[in-house]
Design a protein. Structure first.
Length: 543
């Protein structure tokens, strides 16, 4: 055991490990990148987190940087859960529900709690956390907050940030702060503190004051945007102040989340689901825009294209046959309404009219069994991404969103880019939020395929930026999209974001390389030669 590990083990209640197995295990997440930590810490208490941060800060003050990367379940698709220093693994011990307030409808949790388990607990109280991801069965709440995660229901309910009321955060120097809504008086108390916390409040307040006009340029014409930091929701119009939105989506680069208070929504499992087919992209886009203009948003608005269905049909001709057979419609939309009152019938009727006007057929299901059949088509993506074609594996590369009226151009552009590198098309996504996914099958051990990775990354992100979109929609930038962040925002805004990072993390001890400091050449060096999600295979999710 190294001296550092030895020192930490003497001071922490949780375990410290330096063995090759542990380091190898945490050298990968769900991304195409690889980076082994030098040691692994499993904190048992907030005090363990605090002591580790303090230790790392003190070393850095003396010129030796051993950074800390917070880790949930490691399902991040961008290498945000990788780091070369201390890997701080939260799910092992810091995984409890601390308080469930059934009157205020809030829940206080530790960050390592499994998302699916928390959701089950909430369901028993008639509540739920709406922005759950497809990886709900094994990802954590800490990861969801740090990524400002969104999922299939986010079109109606918003991203994770909308449900985070307050956080306990361990700062880079080991101080613990509580975030939440501050009125003017509370804020002035914070501004007067002689601590690192006070320094942070003063610096952020001044930065926002001096850069009002510049900060407003962070606004993008997209439904969701996780690129960079959220500087737009810190200050309220009434002079209030809240650092919570800044930590949400910051991917462990500004502080370590030790506890979170979340608000919940009433859970209504009874839904109406319409599956509608379209033969043209233009008509699909028009239908999407009209559906979103209804008096109430659908609770789900998802798309899957014919190429996904065709490929799944070729892999397993029986899988989809009860729901659809080839030739598949070019685009299929899944439109769900979860409104518990009678209005849902009216909404569904209106949605059916839209499907009829623009599409080539639709079916409506109100019974869970029939709905499950419909979902088989959307969940076909899961089959596709878990299928290995020899050494070729389905790799996550992109997570962009564009303004809704540019969706058609994004889809056409994605087809064209995949075609130009001779890869099979196959698209799906949360189209109600202008967000699209594809995961081409590539052999990362082959030079040609490695080159394709970078061609796709560069061309697709250029396209997204040219359409006025965001390179990071459902989750954060991580390492994979860091090289494109400056191109998205421009040099001046990028420098502003860097200043935020420096306020919170002056020595670069918090997840360095994420959001800043990773170039395309760095990515090339970090690229795995064999992609796999071995540790998650037992729980392959719906997608
Ligand atoms: C099959 C599959 C389906 C997926 N579906 C979706 C989806 O629908 N929507 C979507 O957005 N994503 C999806 N993802 C990506 C991934 O599941 C999410 O990004 C998830 O939020 C990551 O959670 P995690 O617990 O695995 O966190 P990790 O991957 O371990 O970490 C994610 C980030 O959070 C930070 N972090 C973790 N804990 C803390 C903490 N306590 N304090 C500070 N920072 C912390 C990490 O440093 C890292 O930057 C999917 C992934 C897979 C494999």
């Amino acid at each position: 055991m190294s001296k550092v590990a030895h020192y930490l083990q003497e001071h922490l209640v949780g375990e410290v490990m330096t063995g090759t197995d542990a380091r190898r295990y945490f050298a990968t997440d769900n991304s195409i990148l690889q980076l082994a930590p030098s040691l692994v810490v499993y904190p048992r208490t907030e005090n363990d987190v605090r002591k580790t941060a303090r230790f790392s800060w003190q070393l850095a003050e003396r010129g030796r940087v051993i950074p800390i990367t917070a880790r949930g379940a490691g399902t991040d698709a961008t290498g945000a859960a990788l780091g070369s220093g201390i890997m701080m693994v939260f799910p092992a011990h810091m995984n409890r529900v601390l308080e469930l307030d059934t009157k205020a409808h809030t829940v206080t949790v530790e960050p390592g709690i499994n998302y699916g388990k928390l959701q089950q607990t909430l369901h028993t109280h008639g509540r739920f956390l709406p922005p759950y991801p497809a990886s709900i069965e094994y990802s954590t709440i800490g990861g969801a907050i740090a990524n400002n995660l969104s999922g299939e229901k986010s079109v109606k309910y918003g991203a994770t940030g909308a449900y985070v009321k307050g956080l306990r955060v361990v700062l880079a120097n080991g101080e613990v702060i509580e975030t939440g809504h501050l009125n003017k008086r509370d804020l002035s108390k914070k501004l007067g503190l002689a601590t690192f916390e006070g320094e942070i409040y003063r610096s952020v307040d001044t930065l926002l004051e001096e850069n009002r006009e510049l900060t407003s340029q962070l606004i993008r014409n997209v439904v969701k945007n996780n690129a960079g930091y959220n500087l737009l929701d810190i200050r309220g119009k009434d002079g209030s102040f809240d650092l919570t939105p800044l930590f949400v989506g910051s991917q462990g680069t500004l502080g370590l989340i030790a506890e979170a208070v979340l608000t919940t929504e009433a859970h209504n499992p009874q839904t109406t689901l319409i599956m509608a087919h379209f033969d043209s992209l233009e008509q699909t886009q028009q239908a999407i825009q009209e559906l979103l203009a209804l008096s109430e948003q659908p609770s789900v608005l998802e798309l899957v294209d014919q190429h996904v269905l065709q490929q799944v049909h070729e892999l397993n001709p029986n899988q989809l046959k009860e729901v659809a057979t080839p030739p598949f419609a070019p685009f299929t939309l899944f439109i769900e309404f979860d409104n518990p009152n009678r209005q849902v019938k009216k909404l569904a009727k209106k949605a059916e009219k839209i499907a009829e006007k623009y599409g080539i057929g639709f079916q409506t299901a109100t019974e869970p069994e029939q709905q499950l059949q419909f979902w088989k088509l959307r969940q076909a993506t899961s089959t596709l991404i878990s299928h290995n074609d020899g050494l070729q594996k389905s790799v996550p590369l992109v997570d962009a969103a564009v303004p809704l009226d540019r969706l058609r151009e994004l889809i056409e552009g994605a087809y064209s880019i995949l075609g130009s590198v001779s890869l099979k098309p196959g698209l799906w996504g949360h189209v109600g939020e202008g967000s699209l996914h594809f995961q081409p099958h590539l052999n990362l051990g082959a030079v040609g395929d490695r080159q394709k990775v970078f061609r796709i990354l560069e061309e697709y992100h250029q396209l997204v930026i040219s359409l006025g979109g965001t390179i990071s929609a459902s989750a954060g930038d991580g390492r994979l999209r860091t090289p494109f962040l400056e191109a998205m925002y421009g040099a001046e805004l990028y420098v502003l974001l860097q200043k935020v990072k420096i306020i919170f993390d002056p020595y670069g001890t918090l997840n360095p390389g994420v959001k800043f400091g990773t170039s395309i050449d760095d990515l090339k060096a970090l690229l795995r030669s064999d992609y796999g999600l071995d540790h998650l295979y037992d729980h392959l999710p719906r997608s």
